[in-house]
Design a protein around this ligand. Sequence first.
Ligand SMILES: Nc1nc2c(ncn2[C@@H]2O[C@H](COP(=O)(O)OP(=O)(O)OP(=O)(O)O)[C@@H](O)[C@H]2O)c(=O)[nH]1
Ligand SMILES: [Mg+2]
Length: 294
Amino acid sequence: MGNCESSTHDKQIHPLKDEPVNLQNRGIPSSGDSLQSPPPHVFDSIKGGQAFSLEPASLTNPSETINTSDWSNVKDALNRNRQIEEQIMKDHRKLEKVIKLLLLGPAESGKSTILKQIKIIHLHGFSMADLAEKKPLIFRNIYESIIQLIKGAHSLGFELPANLQADIDTFCLFFNDYQFGDQMEFPKTMYPVVKRIWANERIKEVYVQRSDVYVMDCAKYFLENIDRICSESYIPITSDVLYSRQQTVGVSEIRYNYKDLEFRIFDVGGQKNQRRKWIHLFDNVTSIVSAFLF
Ligand SMILES: Nc1nc2c(ncn2[C@@H]2O[C@H](COP(=O)(O)OP(=O)(O)OP(=O)(O)O)[C@@H](O)[C@H]2O)c(=O)[nH]1
Ligand SMILES: [Mg+2]
Protein backbone atom coordinates (compact mmCIF):
# COMPACT_ATOMS: atom_id res chain seq x y z
CA MET A 1 0.00 0.00 0.00
CA GLY A 2 1.36 3.46 -0.84
CA ASN A 3 2.65 5.47 2.04
CA CYS A 4 2.29 9.17 1.23
CA GLU A 5 3.24 10.70 4.52
CA SER A 6 6.32 12.53 3.28
CA SER A 7 5.37 15.89 1.70
CA THR A 8 8.67 16.04 -0.22
CA HIS A 9 7.60 12.91 -2.14
CA ASP A 10 4.15 14.25 -2.87
CA LYS A 11 5.37 17.06 -5.12
CA GLN A 12 6.85 16.18 -8.46
CA ILE A 13 7.83 18.26 -11.47
CA HIS A 14 5.89 17.50 -14.64
CA PRO A 15 8.45 16.82 -17.36
CA LEU A 16 6.59 18.87 -19.98
CA LYS A 17 4.96 21.71 -18.07
CA ASP A 18 7.58 22.02 -15.37
CA GLU A 19 4.87 22.56 -12.83
CA PRO A 20 4.45 20.73 -9.57
CA VAL A 21 1.82 18.05 -9.68
CA ASN A 22 0.13 16.76 -6.60
CA LEU A 23 0.04 13.01 -7.06
CA GLN A 24 -1.39 12.33 -3.66
CA ASN A 25 -4.70 13.92 -4.59
CA ARG A 26 -4.84 11.66 -7.64
CA GLY A 27 -4.60 8.52 -5.58
CA ILE A 28 -1.43 7.64 -7.43
CA PRO A 29 1.68 6.45 -5.62
CA SER A 30 4.41 9.03 -5.57
CA SER A 31 8.01 8.24 -6.51
CA GLY A 32 8.76 7.31 -2.92
CA ASP A 33 6.15 4.53 -2.97
CA SER A 34 6.81 0.99 -3.96
CA LEU A 35 5.96 0.31 -7.62
CA GLN A 36 4.11 -2.82 -6.50
CA SER A 37 1.68 -0.71 -4.52
CA PRO A 38 -0.89 1.01 -6.74
CA PRO A 39 -4.02 2.37 -5.11
CA PRO A 40 -6.27 -0.43 -3.88
CA HIS A 41 -9.17 0.39 -6.23
CA VAL A 42 -6.91 -0.31 -9.23
CA PHE A 43 -6.50 -3.91 -8.14
CA ASP A 44 -10.17 -4.10 -7.24
CA SER A 45 -11.01 -3.73 -10.90
CA ILE A 46 -8.50 -6.30 -12.14
CA LYS A 47 -9.58 -9.88 -11.78
CA GLY A 48 -7.28 -12.81 -12.33
CA GLY A 49 -4.09 -10.78 -12.15
CA GLN A 50 -4.33 -9.66 -15.79
CA ALA A 51 -2.00 -6.93 -17.02
CA PHE A 52 -3.48 -3.47 -16.65
CA SER A 53 -3.09 -1.25 -19.66
CA LEU A 54 -6.10 1.06 -19.69
CA GLU A 55 -5.67 4.46 -18.21
CA PRO A 56 -8.34 7.05 -17.58
CA ALA A 57 -7.93 9.96 -19.95
CA SER A 58 -7.13 12.28 -17.07
CA LEU A 59 -4.00 10.28 -16.24
CA THR A 60 -2.45 11.27 -19.53
CA ASN A 61 -3.22 14.88 -18.78
CA PRO A 62 -1.78 15.58 -15.36
CA SER A 63 -3.31 19.02 -15.16
CA GLU A 64 -6.73 17.42 -14.60
CA THR A 65 -7.85 15.99 -11.34
CA ILE A 66 -8.83 12.31 -11.20
CA ASN A 67 -12.10 11.55 -9.55
CA THR A 68 -13.57 8.19 -8.65
CA SER A 69 -15.76 8.04 -11.78
CA ASP A 70 -12.56 7.67 -13.89
CA TRP A 71 -11.80 4.40 -12.14
CA SER A 72 -15.35 3.20 -12.48
CA ASN A 73 -15.04 3.82 -16.25
CA VAL A 74 -11.95 1.64 -16.24
CA LYS A 75 -13.83 -1.00 -14.31
CA ASP A 76 -16.63 -0.91 -16.90
CA ALA A 77 -14.16 -1.15 -19.77
CA LEU A 78 -12.46 -4.13 -18.17
CA ASN A 79 -15.77 -5.84 -17.58
CA ARG A 80 -16.74 -5.30 -21.20
CA ASN A 81 -13.36 -6.59 -22.31
CA ARG A 82 -13.76 -9.71 -20.19
CA GLN A 83 -17.25 -10.35 -21.58
CA ILE A 84 -15.98 -10.03 -25.15
CA GLU A 85 -13.09 -12.40 -24.46
CA GLU A 86 -15.45 -14.92 -22.88
CA GLN A 87 -17.74 -14.74 -25.93
CA ILE A 88 -14.78 -15.23 -28.28
CA MET A 89 -13.70 -18.30 -26.29
CA LYS A 90 -17.28 -19.64 -26.31
CA ASP A 91 -17.53 -19.18 -30.12
CA HIS A 92 -14.15 -20.81 -30.57
CA ARG A 93 -15.14 -23.85 -28.48
CA LYS A 94 -18.41 -24.11 -30.46
CA LEU A 95 -16.53 -23.91 -33.77
CA GLU A 96 -14.19 -26.68 -32.66
CA LYS A 97 -17.22 -28.96 -32.39
CA VAL A 98 -18.37 -28.28 -35.97
CA ILE A 99 -16.92 -30.67 -38.55
CA LYS A 100 -17.23 -29.26 -42.04
CA LEU A 101 -16.71 -31.81 -44.81
CA LEU A 102 -16.52 -30.88 -48.45
CA LEU A 103 -17.25 -33.54 -51.10
CA LEU A 104 -15.25 -32.76 -54.22
CA GLY A 105 -14.69 -34.64 -57.46
CA PRO A 106 -15.68 -34.77 -61.13
CA ALA A 107 -19.22 -35.25 -62.39
CA GLU A 108 -20.69 -38.70 -61.69
CA SER A 109 -17.88 -39.61 -59.29
CA GLY A 110 -20.45 -40.37 -56.60
CA LYS A 111 -20.51 -37.25 -54.40
CA SER A 112 -24.31 -37.07 -54.20
CA THR A 113 -24.44 -40.83 -53.72
CA ILE A 114 -22.22 -40.46 -50.64
CA LEU A 115 -24.52 -37.72 -49.37
CA LYS A 116 -27.54 -40.02 -49.82
CA GLN A 117 -25.75 -42.80 -47.95
CA ILE A 118 -24.98 -40.44 -45.06
CA LYS A 119 -28.65 -39.48 -45.04
CA ILE A 120 -29.58 -43.16 -44.73
CA ILE A 121 -27.08 -43.77 -41.91
CA HIS A 122 -27.54 -40.59 -39.87
CA LEU A 123 -30.83 -38.96 -40.87
CA HIS A 124 -33.37 -41.81 -40.96
CA GLY A 125 -33.11 -42.32 -44.73
CA PHE A 126 -35.98 -41.51 -47.08
CA SER A 127 -39.64 -41.12 -46.22
CA MET A 128 -42.36 -42.62 -48.43
CA ALA A 129 -42.88 -39.17 -49.93
CA ASP A 130 -39.13 -38.85 -50.66
CA LEU A 131 -39.17 -42.23 -52.39
CA ALA A 132 -42.33 -41.59 -54.41
CA GLU A 133 -41.12 -38.26 -55.74
CA LYS A 134 -38.09 -39.98 -57.34
CA LYS A 135 -40.28 -41.84 -59.85
CA PRO A 136 -40.07 -39.29 -62.67
CA LEU A 137 -36.28 -39.08 -62.25
CA ILE A 138 -35.90 -42.87 -62.39
CA PHE A 139 -38.03 -43.05 -65.56
CA ARG A 140 -35.90 -40.34 -67.14
CA ASN A 141 -32.72 -42.25 -66.18
CA ILE A 142 -34.12 -45.28 -68.06
CA TYR A 143 -35.02 -43.27 -71.19
CA GLU A 144 -31.62 -41.58 -71.23
CA SER A 145 -29.84 -44.91 -70.69
CA ILE A 146 -31.57 -46.43 -73.74
CA ILE A 147 -30.67 -43.43 -75.92
CA GLN A 148 -27.04 -43.59 -74.72
CA LEU A 149 -26.88 -47.32 -75.47
CA ILE A 150 -28.26 -46.79 -78.98
CA LYS A 151 -25.84 -43.93 -79.68
CA GLY A 152 -23.01 -45.98 -78.17
CA ALA A 153 -23.78 -48.90 -80.48
CA HIS A 154 -23.53 -46.57 -83.48
CA SER A 155 -20.28 -45.01 -82.21
CA LEU A 156 -18.71 -48.41 -81.65
CA GLY A 157 -19.86 -49.56 -85.11
CA PHE A 158 -21.99 -52.40 -83.74
CA GLU A 159 -24.41 -53.95 -86.20
CA LEU A 160 -27.84 -54.31 -84.67
CA PRO A 161 -30.36 -56.88 -85.96
CA ALA A 162 -32.95 -55.52 -88.40
CA ASN A 163 -35.88 -56.54 -86.18
CA LEU A 164 -34.50 -54.31 -83.40
CA GLN A 165 -34.45 -51.26 -85.65
CA ALA A 166 -38.25 -50.88 -85.47
CA ASP A 167 -38.05 -50.74 -81.67
CA ILE A 168 -35.19 -48.25 -81.82
CA ASP A 169 -37.16 -46.00 -84.21
CA THR A 170 -40.26 -46.20 -81.98
CA PHE A 171 -38.25 -45.33 -78.91
CA CYS A 172 -36.42 -42.43 -80.61
CA LEU A 173 -39.77 -40.94 -81.71
CA PHE A 174 -41.07 -41.19 -78.15
CA PHE A 175 -37.89 -39.66 -76.70
CA ASN A 176 -37.95 -36.72 -79.14
CA ASP A 177 -41.36 -35.68 -77.81
CA TYR A 178 -40.60 -36.48 -74.19
CA GLN A 179 -40.39 -33.65 -71.68
CA PHE A 180 -39.22 -34.19 -68.14
CA GLY A 181 -41.99 -33.51 -65.67
CA ASP A 182 -44.06 -35.18 -62.99
CA GLN A 183 -44.61 -38.40 -64.91
CA MET A 184 -45.75 -40.94 -62.31
CA GLU A 185 -46.40 -43.94 -64.63
CA PHE A 186 -44.02 -45.58 -67.02
CA PRO A 187 -45.67 -45.44 -70.47
CA LYS A 188 -47.19 -48.88 -71.11
CA THR A 189 -46.34 -48.82 -74.80
CA MET A 190 -42.66 -48.21 -74.10
CA TYR A 191 -42.24 -50.99 -71.53
CA PRO A 192 -41.97 -53.88 -74.07
CA VAL A 193 -39.90 -51.74 -76.41
CA VAL A 194 -37.35 -50.93 -73.71
CA LYS A 195 -37.30 -54.56 -72.62
CA ARG A 196 -36.51 -55.80 -76.12
CA ILE A 197 -33.78 -53.25 -76.71
CA TRP A 198 -32.03 -54.13 -73.44
CA ALA A 199 -32.39 -57.88 -74.14
CA ASN A 200 -30.13 -57.53 -77.16
CA GLU A 201 -26.58 -58.80 -76.54
CA ARG A 202 -24.91 -56.09 -78.64
CA ILE A 203 -26.67 -53.41 -76.60
CA LYS A 204 -25.46 -55.04 -73.40
CA GLU A 205 -21.96 -55.06 -74.90
CA VAL A 206 -22.17 -51.26 -75.25
CA TYR A 207 -22.74 -51.00 -71.50
CA VAL A 208 -19.62 -53.12 -70.86
CA GLN A 209 -17.60 -50.82 -73.10
CA ARG A 210 -18.74 -47.61 -71.43
CA SER A 211 -15.17 -46.48 -70.92
CA ASP A 212 -15.22 -45.74 -74.69
CA VAL A 213 -18.74 -44.33 -74.99
CA TYR A 214 -20.84 -42.43 -72.51
CA VAL A 215 -23.48 -44.53 -70.72
CA MET A 216 -24.64 -43.77 -67.20
CA ASP A 217 -23.52 -46.22 -64.51
CA CYS A 218 -27.11 -46.68 -63.39
CA ALA A 219 -28.26 -48.00 -66.81
CA LYS A 220 -27.69 -51.68 -66.03
CA TYR A 221 -29.30 -51.50 -62.57
CA PHE A 222 -32.52 -49.85 -63.79
CA LEU A 223 -32.84 -51.93 -66.98
CA GLU A 224 -32.40 -55.14 -65.03
CA ASN A 225 -35.18 -54.01 -62.70
CA ILE A 226 -37.49 -52.85 -65.48
CA ASP A 227 -40.33 -55.29 -64.61
CA ARG A 228 -40.57 -54.02 -61.03
CA ILE A 229 -40.22 -50.37 -62.09
CA CYS A 230 -42.95 -50.67 -64.74
CA SER A 231 -45.46 -52.33 -62.41
CA GLU A 232 -48.53 -50.26 -61.53
CA SER A 233 -47.85 -50.34 -57.81
CA TYR A 234 -44.27 -49.24 -58.21
CA ILE A 235 -42.80 -47.19 -55.38
CA PRO A 236 -39.03 -46.70 -55.53
CA ILE A 237 -36.98 -48.54 -52.94
CA THR A 238 -33.89 -47.14 -51.24
CA SER A 239 -31.41 -48.67 -53.68
CA ASP A 240 -33.39 -47.13 -56.61
CA VAL A 241 -32.85 -43.73 -55.02
CA LEU A 242 -29.16 -44.46 -54.47
CA TYR A 243 -28.75 -45.36 -58.14
CA SER A 244 -30.85 -42.51 -59.50
CA ARG A 245 -28.69 -39.96 -61.23
CA GLN A 246 -29.30 -36.24 -61.20
CA GLN A 247 -26.57 -33.73 -61.87
CA THR A 248 -25.99 -31.40 -58.90
CA VAL A 249 -26.31 -27.73 -59.70
CA GLY A 250 -25.01 -25.35 -57.04
CA VAL A 251 -24.39 -26.60 -53.54
CA SER A 252 -26.41 -28.83 -51.25
CA GLU A 253 -25.78 -29.35 -47.56
CA ILE A 254 -26.89 -31.77 -44.88
CA ARG A 255 -26.30 -31.39 -41.13
CA TYR A 256 -26.45 -33.94 -38.38
CA ASN A 257 -25.10 -34.47 -34.90
CA TYR A 258 -22.92 -37.39 -33.97
CA LYS A 259 -21.89 -37.68 -30.30
CA ASP A 260 -21.13 -34.08 -29.32
CA LEU A 261 -20.05 -33.03 -32.81
CA GLU A 262 -22.09 -31.24 -35.44
CA PHE A 263 -21.36 -32.45 -38.96
CA ARG A 264 -21.98 -30.23 -41.98
CA ILE A 265 -21.50 -32.03 -45.31
CA PHE A 266 -21.39 -30.01 -48.52
CA ASP A 267 -22.05 -31.56 -51.93
CA VAL A 268 -21.15 -29.57 -55.03
CA GLY A 269 -21.68 -29.94 -58.75
CA GLY A 270 -18.70 -31.63 -60.40
CA GLN A 271 -19.34 -30.48 -63.99
CA LYS A 272 -16.70 -28.03 -65.24
CA ASN A 273 -19.13 -25.10 -65.26
CA GLN A 274 -19.96 -25.78 -61.58
CA ARG A 275 -16.40 -25.93 -60.24
CA ARG A 276 -15.91 -22.16 -59.87
CA LYS A 277 -18.44 -22.34 -57.00
CA TRP A 278 -16.14 -24.61 -54.97
CA ILE A 279 -13.88 -21.75 -53.85
CA HIS A 280 -16.68 -20.20 -51.76
CA LEU A 281 -16.80 -23.27 -49.52
CA PHE A 282 -13.19 -23.60 -48.36
CA ASP A 283 -13.49 -21.36 -45.26
CA ASN A 284 -13.13 -23.35 -42.02
CA VAL A 285 -13.22 -26.70 -43.82
CA THR A 286 -12.18 -29.59 -41.56
CA SER A 287 -11.71 -32.18 -44.32
CA ILE A 288 -12.12 -32.60 -48.04
CA VAL A 289 -13.45 -35.92 -49.29
CA SER A 290 -12.39 -36.59 -52.87
CA ALA A 291 -14.57 -38.79 -55.03
CA PHE A 292 -13.01 -40.46 -58.08
CA LEU A 293 -14.32 -42.24 -61.14
CA PHE A 294 -13.01 -45.76 -61.71
N1 LIG B 1 -21.43 -49.01 -60.40
C1 LIG B 1 -22.07 -48.41 -59.40
N2 LIG B 1 -22.58 -47.22 -59.66
C2 LIG B 1 -23.24 -46.59 -58.65
C3 LIG B 1 -23.39 -47.16 -57.37
N3 LIG B 1 -24.08 -46.29 -56.60
C4 LIG B 1 -24.35 -45.23 -57.38
N4 LIG B 1 -23.86 -45.43 -58.63
C5 LIG B 1 -23.94 -44.56 -59.79
O1 LIG B 1 -22.85 -43.65 -59.75
C6 LIG B 1 -23.26 -42.39 -60.28
C7 LIG B 1 -22.95 -41.36 -59.24
O2 LIG B 1 -23.61 -40.18 -59.52
P1 LIG B 1 -23.68 -38.97 -58.51
O3 LIG B 1 -23.54 -39.44 -57.12
O4 LIG B 1 -24.89 -38.20 -58.88
O5 LIG B 1 -22.34 -38.21 -58.94
P2 LIG B 1 -21.88 -36.74 -58.53
O6 LIG B 1 -20.44 -36.83 -58.25
O7 LIG B 1 -22.75 -36.19 -57.47
O8 LIG B 1 -22.11 -35.95 -59.90
P3 LIG B 1 -22.38 -34.35 -60.12
O9 LIG B 1 -23.52 -33.96 -59.25
O10 LIG B 1 -22.70 -34.23 -61.58
O11 LIG B 1 -21.10 -33.67 -59.76
C8 LIG B 1 -24.74 -42.51 -60.59
O12 LIG B 1 -24.90 -42.78 -61.98
C9 LIG B 1 -25.19 -43.74 -59.80
O13 LIG B 1 -26.20 -44.43 -60.45
C10 LIG B 1 -22.82 -48.43 -57.14
O14 LIG B 1 -22.89 -48.97 -56.05
N5 LIG B 1 -22.18 -48.99 -58.19
MG1 LIG C 1 -24.05 -34.60 -57.43
